[in-house]
Design a binder for this molecule. Structure first.
Ligand SMILES: Cc1cc2nc3c(=O)[nH]c(=O)nc-3n(C[C@H](O)[C@H](O)[C@H](O)COP(=O)(O)OP(=O)(O)OC[C@H]3O[C@@H](n4cnc5c(N)ncnc54)[C@H](O)[C@@H]3O)c2cc1C
Length: 406
């Protein structure tokens, strides 16, 4: 008999939420993470309405609201030509007590990890790096971990879950085919003394960042989380380091005065993230991939926590079925990609499409239009986050953007 029903590699939001739900359903779970908790993660620290809805479904809303955070009720958008509009953040869950928030990942991720390992049947080990995958007859069946100082241990399970982030070790070890992937490159840093922040999220579209964007998010420590994200190919055409692209964007006419006295705290973090993947295989013999390991972040916004939590919910359902039936073969786990793409596949594809239509003219026109007619604010959010707009609104939006890009 295997040591566990499920072994989950990686205790970010995807891994901890999978462990929590599989554990609550009675499975024996081992959850390991290479880093000691609490651990930070390079992020713009924004938890969207979709994240809050998922956390509420997990029964953890009180614990989330108890974390140090800045509630977000409004977002300001700034076009390359200086046009600006402030719109309310839409509530997608009428019962939720928050619309959105800025919350440091060091707090959020630890809250989820602790909630999972409070369960008796979930063993949560941090500082425990997966260094090898045990494979029998082509099927993943266990893991070897380094528990620090070269202390190696091996554990077996019916199923493995790769929740180990953008450069998933499990996906590489199981030789998952790599399709040409859509990737975002992002640079992020904390600044002090940014002028003119009004306590809500700011999204800027300076020409240097297009078709990506630049964010400025207030945090509870009077520091501002500042960063820029753009498609990897668009960055490669710029032929400069991403730190330089960010510095140039901060020196653009709409931003330079606001950073006149700003002081950067710590280093700029640069990360590459596969996003909007609906092509990659995300399961195989004895394993499946969740969150960034499956490339599920949203292209328009680089937000990935909501889809990480959605993939965790669906994965946990499929894990329970597979462990009960004793069939963790690729066929036994095939319900996972099917259900996941049904739930988020269209939104990911739409977000990729919207990103290709982001031009200075279209953005400026949309922002001015939203300022004149507040009911257009939903369109602006659609361009920003590629959220699931009703299809007739989406058609209008795409027609509108195509018109300006002719
Ligand atoms: C600059 C930037 C800004 C972002 N901003 C936002 C935002 O504001 N909002 C948002 O929703 N999303 C944002 N994202 C995306 C978001 O951070 C990810 O989508 C999210 O963290 C995915 O969660 P995950 O659990 O899949 O992976 P991760 O959070 O990356 O967790 C993976 C875990 O696996 C562990 N691990 C890796 N290898 C091993 C191993 N061999 N053995 C054991 N453990 C291992 C790691 O230590 C890590 O803890 C941003 C991303 C970037 C790069």
């Amino acid at each position: 008999m295997p040591d566990f029903d499920v072994i989950i590699i990686g205790a970010g939001p995807a891994g901890s939420a999978t462990a929590l739900q599989a554990g609550r359903a009675g499975l024996r779970v081992l959850l390991v993470d290479a880093r000691p908790f609490p651990r930070d993660k390079s992020c713009s620290d924004s938890l969207s309405a979709a994240v809050i809805a998922q956390v509420r479904d997990l029964g953890l809303e009180d614990r989330l609201l108890a974390l140090d955070h800045v509630p977000v009720r409004e977002i300001s958008f700034f076009a390359p030509d200086g046009a600006a509009v402030t719109v309310p953040v839409l509530k997608i869950d009428s019962q939720a007590r928050a619309r959105g928030m800025i919350c440091r990942r060091i707090l959020f991720d630890e809250m989820l990890f602790e909630a999972a390992r409070e369960l008796e049947n979930v063993t949560g080990l941090d500082w425990c790096c997966a260094t090898d995958i045990l494979v029998q007859g082509g099927r993943a069946c266990g893991v070897t971990v380094d528990r620090g100082g070269g202390r190696m241990e091996s554990f077996t399970a019916q199923v493995l879950v790769g929740a180990d982030g953008a450069n998933s070790f499990l996906a590489r070890r199981m030789a998952m085919p790599r399709y040409p992937e859509y990737r975002i490159i992002a640079a992020q840093a904390y600044y002090r003394q940014v002028i003119g922040l009004r306590g809500h999220m700011e999204v800027h579209f300076p020409e240097e960042a297009l078709p990506g964007y630049l964010w400025m998010h207030p945090t509870r420590t009077s520091q501002t989380n500042v960063g820029l994200a753009l498609p990897l190919e668009a960055w490669q055409e710029k032929r400069h380091s991403l730190e330089r692209v960010l510095a140039e964007a901060l020196a653009s006419p709409t931003l330079r005065e606001r950073f006149a006295f700003a002081e950067q705290m710590g280093k700029t973090q640069v990360r590459i993230l596969p996003v909007g993947n609906t092509l990659r295989e995300i399961h195989g013999q004895g394993f499946l991939l969740v969150g960034d390991a499956a490339g599920l972040a949203t292209p328009c916004s680089t937000e990935g926590v909501a889809n990480a939590l959605i993939s965790a919910r669906i994965a946990a359902e499929v894990l329970v079925e597979a462990c009960r039936s004793g069939d963790a073969s690729a066929d036994g786990l095939v319900g996972y990609p099917g259900r996941l793409w049904r739930e988020i596949g269209d939104a990911l594809q739409m977000s990729r499409r919207l990103l290709t239509l982001r031009t200075p003219k279209a953005i400026g026109s949309l922002i001015r239009s939203a300022a004149r007619r507040p009911h257009n604010a939903g369109w602006i959010s659609g361009v920003l986050i590629g959220s699931a707009l009703p299809s007739e609104e989406l058609n209008d939006l795409l027609g509108y953007l195509n018109f300006f890009n002719r």
